[in-house]
Design a protein around this ligand. Structure first.
Ligand SMILES: Nc1ncnc2c1ncn2[C@@H]1O[C@H](COP(=O)(O)OP(=O)(O)O)[C@@H](O)[C@H]1O
Ligand SMILES: [Mg+2]
Length: 281
């Protein structure tokens, strides 16, 4: 599915008057494309994801999936957030299968369809390595396992669009790397259109086709950086590749608030001299 935003903006009205979280924003994410958003905290990234998910209403503008306007939450979108959102009183298996109990398909589902749904839950639990823990409660799992369960739950409805808001922020480095590999594989294999928010520039570059850098609030896109590697053959070792370090330096410079032309000059210079990355200017 193709995602498009036109003139999407958001202001919150609260005790301290009006807060502008997003200035009018245009954005296109192609079918199967993986786009990351990086930017200072409070610049409106979560707001943007909530609007795309139909959980929050834009003050102005239009969000469309394959040309159809998004007016509320729908089954074609899977969501994974940073904070734990599993139901503590349900088992891992029940949590992963939960979205199916909400869908109209389930209400009508009889014998064979129910079996298919149960098989789907099982195959996802195996895929994320939680089959042995299917009867455990979330509190019995580590943070990484809970996040894997949340990912399986997001995928159970076979979403065509996946929205992830700093999903691996709370994980240790090794678990995080495992999750990144799993996500790379899944989103590519199923051609899922993905918007992914992260603070981690390495993570954004490793996973994405394109990285969007946001300005301070009110958020606007200051740069769109293409990642110069096919997603098919990426692995965490890529982070050490010189070709990988260049866009990384450019993004880090942009996040420090320098202008894009300056960042590009740095990139050119580092290409010429291949030494001194940055600073000292
Ligand atoms: N429900 C809300 N009511 C009022 N202000 C909000 C609400 N949600 C977010 N904001 C404000 O909007 C701005 C952007 O927030 P957010 O989208 O969470 O940023 P980010 O995810 O980039 O850190 C912040 O200034 C935040 O305080
Ligand atoms: Mg946020």
């Amino acid at each position: 599915m193709k995602l498009s935003l036109r003139g999407v903006e958001k202001s919150y009205t609260g005790g301290r008057g009006e807060t502008c979280a997003l200035v009018p924003l245009d954005l296109d994410v192609g079918e199967g494309e993986f786009v990351s958003l990086v930017g200072p905290s409070g610049c409106g990234k979560s707001t943007l994801l909530h609007i795309v998910a139909g959980l929050e209403r834009a003050t102005a503008g239009v969000v469309a999936l394959d040309g159809e306007r998004v007016l509320g939450p729908g089954a074609e979108i899977g969501l994974v957030f940073q904070q734990q959102t599993l139901f503590p009183w349900l088992s891992v298996r029940e949590n992963v299968g939960f979205p199916l109990t909400l869908s109209r398909a389930r209400a009508a589902a009889a014998g064979a369809e129910r079996e298919r749904q149960a098989a789907r839950v099982e195959s996802l639990l195996r895929l994320v390595g939680l089959w042995e823990f299917r009867d455990s409660r979330p509190a019995e799992l580590s943070g990484g396992m809970q996040q894997r369960a949340a990912l399986a739950r997001a995928l159970v409805v076979q979403p065509e669009v996946l929205l992830m808001d700093e999903p691996f922020g709370a994980l240790d480095a090794q678990t995080r790397e495992e999750m990144q590999e799993l996500l790379l594989h899944l989103t590519q294999h199923h051609r899922i259109t993905t918007l992914f928010v992260t603070h981690d520039v390495d993570e954004a570059l490793l996973l994405s086709d394109r990285v969007l850098v946001f300005s301070e609030r009110p958020g606007s896109v200051v740069a769109s950086i293409d990642v110069p590697f096919p997603r098919g053959d990426r692995s965490p070792e890529l982070k050490l590749d010189e070709e990988f370090l260049r866009p990384k330096r450019e993004i880090l410079a942009l996040l420090r608030g320098r202008s894009r032309s300056e960042a590009q000059r740095d990139r050119l210079l580092s290409g010429l001299t291949n030494t001194q990355p940055e600073g000292g200017s």
